[in-house]
Design a protein around this ligand. Structure first.
Ligand SMILES: *[C@@H]1O[C@H](CO)[C@@H](O)[C@H](O)[C@H]1NC(C)=O
Ligand SMILES: *[C@@H]1O[C@H](CO)[C@@H](O)[C@H](O)[C@H]1NC(C)=O
Length: 280
């Protein structure tokens, strides 16, 4: 009987590890503690991020998620950084699918407002990341970036609107051999390359005062103490690759993804039944 429990324990452990979460759609009427956590208190290290993450700079206001830059109590209470800011992180790891945000970035020059997926393996040089970043320093563009095994491949897409004036929809579809980026549901850029599923990626959003010459650094970054210091998120959603492909039937070459994960699931079940029979 004891063996049975041990076997079942490992079955659940291993299955939990290999099963990725379902689609979700969060409109931030409240902060879902099961789905998200707030970054803090720590820094990312290096000079590029001029802030620490602090939980009180990430909050819900009028059915929106707000990330805010502040210098209150800094540097003493900000891990020795000149500013504190907000970061949102999913608790789960997600795999292939569509990652969507409806957001209005911060307008303060020298900031970066983001929505991205991220894996930090124990070896930090192997970072995988898919980024959407909007910088007032480059005010008519959105920057897409794909990191594979620590190597980045950025792409700048020119916008025909002012991204700081209003909310817009940005998204990307992460598939086995590509990542396709969209702005207001129109395809903007397709990255060709394989980002291995590995253990999946966290869904994240953050706002940071940035220091990197020729990329984000104005002569001086200053807190305005107004709406310009905030990036705002009305909605974040994730749609599994199966559900994404149900939505656009003409995209035929992705259908093997569904059968792959089903096969994997069946193989696991088969393996565990064998293991079970072997032990008893
Ligand atoms: C909160 O998130 C969890 C995990 O994603 C989900 O199962 C649950 O339905 C969410 N709760 C609400 C109120 O949306
Ligand atoms: C932001 O800083 C850059 C670099 O100094 C400058 O060219 C740009 O005009 C600034 N934008 C605003 C809105 O102040």
């Amino acid at each position: 009987m004891k063996n049975l429990f041990i076997v079942l324990f490992f079955v659940f452990l291993i299955k939990a590890f290999f099963c990725f979460p379902d689609s979700f759609d969060d409109d931030f009427t409240s902060f879902n503690e099961t789905r998200w956590r707030k970054g803090g208190l720590w820094t990312n290290g290096g000079d590029v991020f001029q802030c620490c993450w602090r939980q009180d700079e990430c909050y819900i206001e009028e059915e929106e998620l707000v990330l805010k830059i502040s210098d209150e109590g800094c540097p003493d209470e900000c891990d020795e950084m000149p500013y504190a800011s907000g970061e949102l992180r999913s608790r789960d790891l997600f795999t292939y699918g569509t990652f969507f945000v409806n957001m209005k970035p911060a307008a303060a020059n020298g900031t970066v407002s983001s929505f991205f997926t991220y894996t930090s393996p124990s070896d930090a040089s192997l970072i995988n990341e898919i980024d959407i970043e909007i910088l007032p320093f480059d005010p008519q563009a959105v920057q897409f970036n794909v990191w594979r095994g620590g190597v980045q491949d950025p792409y700048k897409f020119d916008l025909d609107f002012d991204p700081f004036a209003d909310y817009h929809e940005y998204s990307f579809k992460w598939e086995r051999e590509s990542v396709t980026f969209y702005v207001d549901n129109k395809q903007a850029y397709k990255y060709e390359g394989e980002i291995y599923e590995s253990e999946g990626m966290k869904i994240m959003a953050n706002l940071w005062p940035c220091k990197a010459d020729n990329w984000c650094t104005p002569p001086e970054f200053q807190i305005a103490n107004n709406e310009d210091d905030k990036s705002k998120y009305k909605r974040i959603s994730y749609t599994t690759i199966e559900d994404s492909n149900d939505d656009d039937d003409d995209d035929d070459d992705n259908n093997n993804m569904t059968s792959d994960s089903t096969t994997l699931g069946l193989l696991f079940n088969f393996f565990f039944v064998l293991l079970f029979l072997f032990i008893f």
